[in-house]
Design a protein around this ligand. Structure first.
Ligand code: NDP
Length: 314
């Protein structure tokens, strides 16, 4: 599979994310003129997960770069659930906070259902991640809602890349609350015929190969191989998997690949759920990194501006 040269168009998430950010600038300025201040995103980072540190730093940098203010509250790994709840309640009550983001994962010591409980505590009008049950319900009913960032970003990527959805077969692999399920809803609302696959789906490759638009949101490196893909299909790779085993990098990307060179420099590379060989069969593929990732943050910024505008209108 590695010998096949890529022919698929790369769906450029970074370029689409830049377009989204540019479109937000005048809205942020208009909000500033009307409210006399910037939109502000409140973030809670609890614990010391290294990935979360990077994500939160990135979200703050991009928000501030666009003129969205941020208020970061940090809690130690040992913090109790009640402390996290108190931060969210303070953000809810603060008229100067327009959006609230609680970075996952919360420390394990906060208990099994801590994330679900904290998401439910966020004021739905400030819920920029779109995880509150009220926003999930609104999404299902197709009434205006703050929708989860990653699937919203995928829709922007498809739309701005000119991919048709109406009447097309869309297959989503993955049924999580944050990606697979909302992704399926958004595709359904655009009149695609949607199939949702998961770990119990029988004959997954055959089902996936029906898709005109295939979205992989699994978390298994290079699982989606050419036999999953109808020739010419559009393939969106949500998977973000860190590879730390050199042999795995060689077996997926090949011995002379740029990924292997990058691995040899850094000891780690990112790999999507889609095998690189798929580029020889698909019509378009989103790369990892540079595909869905930049859009997730762009949609967080978009939801933050939207939440701020909605508060102004109330
Ligand atoms: P989850 O682990 O919550 O869900 C994974 C889904 O994949 C589940 O529905 C699971 O099925 C399904 N699955 C697991 N193994 C298989 C299999 N062998 N065959 C078919 N389906 C399978 O992950 P998330 O939805 O949170 O994330 C998915 C991926 O997307 C991850 O790599 C994550 O890092 C990435 N991600 C990337 C983002 C970005 O900004 N680019 C943002 C969010 C996530 P079941 O329900 O039966 O267990």
């Amino acid at each position: 599979m590695n010998s096949a040269g890529p022919s698929a168009r790369a769906l450029d998430g970074a370029a689409v994310a830049a377009e989204i950010r540019d479109a937000l600038r005048p809205r942020i300025e208009a909000f500033h003129r009307a409210a006399g201040r910037s939109p502000v995103l409140g973030l809670l980072l609890a614990g010391s997960d290294p990935g979360s540190e990077v994500y939160v730093r990135n979200k703050i940098r991009q928000s501030e770069g666009l003129g969205i203010g941020t208020a970061l509250e940090r809690l130690p790994e040992s913090a109790a659930f009640a402390e996290a709840l108190a931060v969210v309640e303070a953000f809810n009550a603060d008229p100067g906070i327009d959006g609230i983001l609680v970075q996952s994962p919360l420390p394990a010591g906060m208990g099994k259902n801590a994330e679900r409980r904290i998401f439910e505590a966020i004021d739905p009008s400030k819920d920029v991640d779109g995880f509150h049950p009220v926003n999930v319900g609104r999404l299902v009913q197709q009434t205006p809602a703050l929708a989860p960032c990653t699937p919203s970003g995928v829709m922007e990527l498809l739309d701005r890349s000119g991919v048709e959805l109406e009447g097309r077969q869309a297959v989503v692999i993955g049924r999580s609350d944050i990606v697979g399920k909302p992704m399926s809803m958004l595709l359904l609302h655009r009149h695609a015929t949607v199939t949702i696959c998961h770990s119990r789906t029988v004959d997954l490759a055959r089902v996936a190969a029906r898709a005109d638009v295939l979205v992989a949101a699994v978390g298994r490196p290079a699982m989606v191989t050419t036999d999953f893909v109808k020739p010419g299909a559009t393939v969106v790779d949500v998977g973000t998997n860190a590879l730390t085993d050199r042999n795995q990098v060689v077996s997926i990307f090949g011995a002379g690949s740029r990924k292997l060179a990058a691995f040899d420099k850094r000891g780690r590379v990112l790999c999507g759920d889609v095998h690189p060989g798929v580029a020889a069969v698909a019509g378009a593929v989103s790369p990892v990194p540079g595909g869905v990732g930049p859009l997730t943050i762009a949609m967080l910024l978009s939801n933050s501006v939207r939440a701020a505008e909605q508060r102004l209108r109330r």
